[in-house]
Design a protein around this ligand. Structure first.
Ligand code: GRF
Length: 201
């Protein structure tokens, strides 16, 4: 299966997926990395891994839909079966989500449905929760509210700063996201309403 990763920043999750697919048994590969940020380190990682990395400039399009249609063109060209968002800082338009229904995943740095939005780590810390974590979920029109694929919980230490907590969460992300991608690529995930069933196969 051809996978596309959309990333705006560092791309440590992209790297985790690249490494896992390389070493794993699932017949899947990242065919293309798309970014809305020319400086994204994720694009460098793609290049180093021999994967096509494309910067699509949001400023070159009149609307969000036009920009997303351009992304879709690249996905079609690569016959992509799964779109993995990994630190992608834009909200996808409904036309994109419709086109790839149940085939778009995202990783979120909190235990959804708690602490949705762009600052899940800080929001959880500020709230004072004792447990937080990471969530992999399918993407729907409602922000950070699609069916949950997997989660990993961890304790918040009294000494944790935003930085140390982010580091701990990242470590969990790098474990559960590649797993979820591999499960999808191997046909092990089934969406039943809000629930995602992982078949042993
Ligand atoms: C991750 O923490 C992810 O949960 C959030 O954005 C961050 C991306 O990190 N959606 P990276 O670019 O993969 O290092």
């Amino acid at each position: 299966m051809n996978i596309a990763v959309l990333a705006s920043g560092k791309g440590t999750n992209l790297q985790a997926i690249i490494d896992a697919l390389r070493n794993g048994r699932v017949k899947a590969a990242i065919a293309v990395v798309l970014s809305d940020n020319k400086e994204a380190y994720a694009l460098k990682r793609a290049k180093e891994a021999g994967i096509e990395g494309i910067f699509v400039d949001p400023k070159a399009f009149d609307s969000k839909e036009d920009f997303d249609r351009e992304l879709i063109k690249h996905l079609k060209r690569h016959e992509v079966g799964l779109v993995a968002l990994a630190g992608y800082m834009r909200i996808l338009s409904p036309c994109f989500i419709r086109e790839y229904k149940n085939r778009i995943m995202n990783i979120h740095p909190a235990l959804l449905p708690s602490f949705k939005g762009s600052d899940g780590v800080k929001d959880a810390l500020d709230y004072g929760v004792k447990v937080t974590g990471a969530t992999v979920h399918f993407v729907t029109d409602d922000l950070d509210a699609g069916p949950v694929i997997s989660q990993s919980a961890l304790e918040v230490d009294e000494k944790d700063t935003e930085e140390t907590l982010r580091e701990k969460i990242h470590k969990e992300e790098h474990r559960i996201y590649p797993e979820a991608v591999a499960d999808f690529a191997a046909g092990r995930l089934e969406v039943r309403g809000r629930r995602v069933i992982r078949r042993k196969k």
